[in-house]
Structures are given as structure tokens and as C-alpha cells.
Design a protein. Structure first.
Length: 479
């Protein structure tokens, strides 16, 4: 019974998220499993937000208040759903044989993730950032009573007090039935976001391309040791990855179908993304500025008010916790030195060369090693590099080339433009902030940034290849 209480808060969040999604798409033929994946991330995000506002108004973690608020939200959404069903003369419960069939891919993904779940319990307290940043903040909230704001003390600069609080608040919600901060909750929340992310990747591609082969991406993901380690390290990067992918899928669907519900959902997911991590906050702002142009670029069917109003409405409410946090709680970043103005730690040419060199070696290590094997015997200074990504990024680049520029299609153009802008800003920040020694900094952060954007990039590449294949088949048919 005590073990079941660990999972009950997550089930409550899932139900609330599903009710919200079901209301939004009551008249839309969105697959039930796709709704479920979106609902999981949405529900956990809403629970974190309820927890955040509860902290502000009650000035402490109050489990009873949280449960009451969740009960009210659940009841309100249930009543609204029943009212809309009756008003639109819709059946209360619908079931088709394909609904049962569509569960199979999720079962396969969960089955393939058993080794991940097993390994996670040997790494129960996660990596450095897990216990030094995210889990520490969660314990401040859970155990600190009215002193929970002490986590923002600049003296705790090693714990990054300026980071947003979505992940700690999710973990605290998982402890709502517990008397102590048990390690199983962060383990499960990290695992849950990994499964939700892989499920969303598959079901979103299945919805857009009608291709069941997209499930192979999930299997490849779960077979790579580095991706497994990052998934169970209890970092926030897999959370950034989920909300980034959810935002792009919602925005692409909003444009494709001129659908205001998807536009609203896209704005909400962007707000949740902004509260996940500093990198998520940056990504959300870039997407926020790109979205209006994306909606109307080569889209004759677009209705400005139909898409923009719900999008900005959803974004406004979902960005509120981030805005409140940044204005009233977040201290200054204690690990920042402006290399443009600092006389002791200025930007150097060697720093710039190191950044670009590290990018290449991080993603293209197999190409370097192949070159090393060919000429290494005659050039002793060459060094063999561990291909920790197992050539995945090389495959991604090959896939983009094979897409025959369909990766720049107006339907998904927001993704490559975002990646270009985001990479430019991250690279500039690596140049600008000279607080850290650049080699150490890149070695400890670049792979995690790549991990966070990886689901979106895999979505982009697969969709581009499928569209390219459809065009090739169409040309052969005509001829």
C-alpha cells in the first residue's frame, strides 16, 4: 500500500491532464494514446504550478491544501466535460478496436525500458545536479516549512539557486502522501518523463506520417548507454526534451489544421518549458518570438485571431510562474563573468577555437576515429575518441541530407530556424561567460544540451525523410 502511494500523485496528475486534453479536443479525432502522452506532461506541469502558487500563498508546503486543490480542479474539469458532452450530444465513452491496438507500441516501449528502470535503482540519487540542485531544492520545499526560500540564498551558488523549479515541484508533489523525502519518487519522475517523451515522439510521428516504423527511434534511444544514463540521472534535461517536443508538435498541428486548441496547448507547453531550466527558459523565448511568423509563413488558410489569441493566452498563464520566479525569487547567477568586459577573464581566441572544436568532436567522433585509423600510424598526435553517441549524430546529418531539403518545409520550418537561433545563443554564451574553464564546462554540459534537443531533432529528421519518401513515390507513380 505504501508503495502504491508513491505513484498515486502521478496518476492524479495524469487524470487531470487527460480531462484537460479531452475537453480541448472533444471534437477532434486525436488518437487516445497521443492524448495520453500529452496529458502526462501537461498534468505533471499543472500539479507543479498548483504547488508553486500554494507555496506563495501559504508560505510552506501544505499537503492537505494541495490535495484539496487537485480535487477541486479534477471535479471542475469532470463537470465541464460532462456538460460539453451533453451539449454536443456526444457519447460518454467511445471505444474502437484500433484503440486497443494503439496501446501495443507503448507496451513495447515500456518493455524495452525495463533495463533503464532496473539501472535507475543502482543510481538512486542521480548524478551531481540531481542531489546538488534539483533534489536539494525539492527537500528545501518539502522539509523547510516557512524557511523554504532559503534555497535562494546566494551562498548556495553551487546549487544554482537561479534555476526554475518545475522539476523539484513535481518531486515534492510525488511526496505528498509521504512523511519523508524517499528516493523512489525522483527515480520514478525521471523514468516517467522518459517514457512520456518516447511515447510522444512515436505517437506524434505516427499521427503525422501514419508510419509505425517510428517506434524504432524509441528502441534505438533505449539501446544507447549514454542516453540511458542521462535518462535516469534525475536531471531536468529529459523534462526540457519533453516540453520542447510537445511545444513543437502542438504548434505544427496548429498551423497544419488551423486549430486554435493546438495553438492554446502550444502556448501552455512553452510556459511549462520556461519553468523547467535556464536552457528551457531560453528556448521558450526563442520559440515565442518565432511562432507568429511561423503561423502565417506560406499559410493562406491562417486566421490571425484564431491562432494568435489562444496561443498567447495559453502562454500568458503558463509563463506566470516563470515571471513571478524571475522577478521575486531568483537571485543573480553567481557563476557568470562577462568575458567582454572582464580584465582578468577575457574572451580569447583559444576559447572560441575550443568551443567549435568540441562541437565537432562531440558529435562526429566516429568520423574522427575512422580518419585516425587511416592516418594514425603516420601522425602520432591524433587521439582516438570515445564515440559516446555511437554515431547517432552522424546518422542524423545523413538523414537531413537524404531528406532533399524537405527538412526546410514550411510545415516544420520553425524547428531548423529555432535550432539555428538556439545554437547561436548557446555558443555565444559559451564565449561570453568566462567564469568556467571552457574545456571542463563543455565536457560537463554540451552532451546534456544535445540530449535535451535530441527528441525534437529526431522528430524533425524522421518527418522530413517520410515527406521526402512520399514525394519520390508520387513522382514514380506519375511517370
Amino acid at each position: 500500500m505504501k508503495t502504491l502511494l508513491i505513484y498515486l500523485p502521478f496518476v492524479i496528475s495524469l487524470l487531470i491532464g487527460y480531462l484537460f486534453i479531452h475537453i480541448l479536443f472533444l471534437k477532434h479525432s486525436l488518437e487516445r494514446m497521443l492524448k495520453l502522452m500529452l496529458a502526462g506532461g501537461l498534468g505533471l506541469g499543472l500539479s507543479a504550478y498548483i504547488n508553486f502558487f500554494s507555496l506563495i500563498f501559504l508560505n510552506r508546503f501544505q499537503p492537505t491544501a494541495l490535495l484539496i486543490i487537485h480535487g477541486i480542479v479534477f471535479l471542475a474539469l469532470s463537470i465541464l466535460l460532462l456538460f460539453l458532452i451533453k451539449k454536443n450530444n456526444l457519447p460518454l465513452i467511445t471505444f474502437q478496436p484500433k484503440d486497443a491496438f494503439n496501446v501495443i507500441p507503448l507496451i513495447l516501449i515500456i518493455g524495452a525500458s525495463v533495463p533503464l528502470w532496473y539501472q535507475a535503482h543502482f543510481y538512486a540519487y542521480g548524478g551531481w545536479d540531481a542531489w546538488q540542485v534539483w533534489n536539494l531544492k525539492a527537500k528545501f520545499i518539502f522539509l523547510g516549512a516557512e524557511n523554504w526560500k532559503n534555497m535562494f540564498d546566494p551562498i548556495l551558488w553551487r546549487s544554482s539557486p537561479h534555476y526554475p523549479l518545475l522539476f523539484p515541484l513535481v518531486n515534492v508533489w510525488g511526496w505528498v502522501f509521504q512523511s519523508e523525502a524517499i528516493y523512489k519518487v525522483p527515480v520514478f519522475s525521471s523514468y516517467a518523463y522518459t517514457i512520456l517523451g518516447l511515447g510522444l515522439l512515436y505517437y506524434s510521428l505516427k499521427h503525422l506520417t501514419q508510419s509505425v516504423y517510428a517506434i524504432l527511434i524509441a528502441f534505438i534511444f533505449l539501446s544507447l548507454p549514454l542516453l540511458n544514463k542521462l535518462s535516469y540521472s534525475q536531471y531536468s534535461d529529459n523534462i526540457v526534451g519533453f516540453y520542447l517536443l510537445a511545444s513543437f508538435f502542438s504548434l505544427i498541428m496548429a498551423k497544419t489544421e488551423n486549430n486554435k486548441s493546438f495553438a492554446l496547448l502550444g502556448g501552455i507547453f512553452l510556459g511549462l518549458l520556461s519553468f523547467s531550466k535556464s536552457e528551457g527558459y531560453l528556448a521558450s523565448l526563442v520559440i515565442l518570438f518565432l511562432t507568429p511568423v511561423f503561423f502565417f509563413w506560406k499559410n493562406k488558410e491562417a486566421n490571425k485571431k484564431r491562432l494568435l489569441i489562444p496561443f498567447f493566452l495559453g502562454a500568458f498563464f503558463a509563463f506566470l510562474p516563470t515571471i513571478i520566479f524571475e522577478i521575486f525569487y531568483s537571485p543573480n547567477n553567481q557563476t557568470f563573468v562577462n568575458g567582454l568586459t572582464s580584465p582578468t577573464k577575457p574572451i580569447t581566441l583559444n576559447r572560441i577555437k575550443t568551443v567549435f572544436g568540441f562541437y565537432f568532436f562531440e558529435m562526429c567522433a566516429p568520423l574522427w576515429n575512422a580518419f585516425y585509423k587511416m592516418v594514425g600510424k603516420t601522425m602520432g598526435e591524433f587521439t582516438y575518441l570515445e564515440p559516446k553517441w555511437n554515431g547517432l549524430w552522424v546518422i542524423v546529418f545523413i538523414g537531413l541530407i537524404m531528406s532533399r531539403l524537405k527538412c526546410l518545409s514550411s510545415k516544420i520550418i520553425i524547428i531548423p530556424i529555432f535550432l539555428l537561433c538556439y545554437t547561436g545563443i548557446v555558443t555565444f554564451y559559451y564565449f561570453l561567460n568566462t567564469y568556467f574553464e571552457i574545456g571542463w564546462w563543455l565536457q560537463n554540459t554540451l552532451h546534456r544540451i544535445l540530449f535535451a534537443v535530441l527528441p525534437t531533432i529526431l522528430f524533425w529528421v524522421y518527418y522530413s525523410l517520410w515527406e521526402s519518401q512520399k514525394i519520390s513515390v508520387g513522382k514514380k507513380t506519375v511517370s
